[in-house]
Design a protein around this ligand. Structure first.
Ligand SMILES: NC(=O)c1ccc[n+]([C@@H]2O[C@H](COP(=O)([O-])OP(=O)(O)OC[C@H]3O[C@@H](n4cnc5c(N)ncnc54)[C@H](O)[C@@H]3O)[C@@H](O)[C@H]2O)c1
Length: 332
């Protein structure tokens, strides 16, 4: 299948591209290469794909790409994806995540694309208390500008299916972790700080719970949905591996042999959702997907990858620190 992958130079998108190429699909990657995009993630397969540095909001250029590439499927990962940034400036989130999705849906309609997989997030459901899980029919109650922009994109996808018959499939993964993740996210940031023996900032009391999904499992889930999912449907992709943030930080310190007193509790993120957890029985029972990595083995693989790729981590942290200095007046 010829697949146009947006955001394919990002953390999850690049893993998806690797797996899709490995399964014999022809892949064309479109990525704006924002601070979060990096072609190094695709180095091993760069001769096997076509690549366009493009902004999905740019309709003319995107139309040109659709004309040249004639994709049979679109898998749409491109997004402004970092929640903290959406709290500082929501506008780029609305541009890329809403307008950009609209451009892609419209082009997919005009070019009669056979499948459009829209990558959403568990965050569109909002927060849970200590018990319960979201399923695909749970109401959308997003709480951050990021999750609102993703929910809006989901609704656009729904409208294109209902109004135009475009075969859109929505995928809602839980919190991903693994190699190549940008270190603004908890796990790579903690690894970096711990390696340097620096204080590790943990929001609030560290009680917030996330459901951790290893990136290879997530990408395989998206491929499964692309190949076997039913148009118009929504599929949650999760792991059942719920952990409090504090537990995650301690597990990383233990793997690295570092002391727990490096942990420093900092002021909580505004509007911080307490817990996310999803029922993923639909994808398991209907499409036969299930996660292969438990949290302990996925985390160990992740920590080892960062130990072997410390240069990449350091390079990203230099950029991240200058961003933090600009917005907070200090590095982290
Ligand atoms: N990381 C997670 O835990 C997680 C969980 C659930 C859902 N998601 C969703 O999965 C998708 C991928 O997440 P990720 O963690 O890989 O994000 P990421 O930030 O690592 O990658 C996003 C990619 O999109 C590109 N991009 C951003 N704006 C663009 C634009 N206007 N035009 C073209 N390209 C653009 C970036 O350059 C980057 O390569 C996103 O849609 C995100 O909302 C992520």
């Amino acid at each position: 299948m010829k697949i146009l992958v947006t955001g394919g130079a990002g953390f999850i998108g690049s893993e998806f591209v690797r797996q899709a190429v490995g399964k014999g699909h022809r892949v064309c990657v479109v990525d704006k290469l924002t601070y979060a995009g990096d072609l190094k993630r695709l180095e091993g397969i760069k001769d096997k794909i076509s690549f366009y540095k493009a902004d999905i909001v740019n309709r003319e250029f995107m139309e040109y790409i659709f004309q040249v590439e004639k994709p049979e499927a679109v898998v749409h990962f491109a997004a402004e994806s970092h929640v903290d940034r959406s709290l500082l400036d929501p506008f780029p989130f609305l541009d890329t995540n809403v307008k950009g999705t609209q451009v892609l849906l419209e082009l997919a309609r005009l070019f009669a694309v056979a499948r459009f997989v829209n990558i959403s997030t568990d965050e569109v459901y909002g927060e849970l208390g200590p018990s319960g899980r979201f399923n695909e029919d749970s109401p959308l109650k997003p709480n951050s500008p990021y999750s609102v922009s993703k929910a809006a994109a989901d609704m656009l996808g729904r409208a294109y299916t209902r109004s135009y018959g475009l075969p859109v499939i929505t995928v809602r993964p839980s919190n991903n972790y693994g190699p190549w993740q940008y270190p603004e996210k908890l796990i790579p940031l903690v690894i970096f700080k711990a390696l340097r023996g620096e204080k590790i900032p943990v929001y609030g009391t560290g009680e917030n719970v996330r459901e951790w999904l290893y990136v290879e499992d997530c990408a395989r889930g998206v491929l499964t949905v692309l190949e076997k999912g039913r148009p118009g449907e929504i599929y949650n992709i999760a792991s059942g591996e719920e952990r409090k943030n504090l537990e995650v930080v301690k597990a990383i310190l233990d793997l690295l042999g570092k002391p727990h007193h490096l942990i420093e509790f900092v002021r909580d993120r505004p509007g911080h959702d307490f817990r996310y957890a999803m029922d993923f029985s639909k994808i398991r029972e209907q499409l036969g997907w299930q996660p292969e990595f438990d949290f302990a083995s996925g985390l160990e693989k992740t920590v080892n990858w960062y130990l072997e790729n410390r240069d990449w981590l350091e390079e990203k942290l230099i950029f991240l620190n200058s961003y933090w200095k600009k917005v907070y007046g200090r590095g982290e």
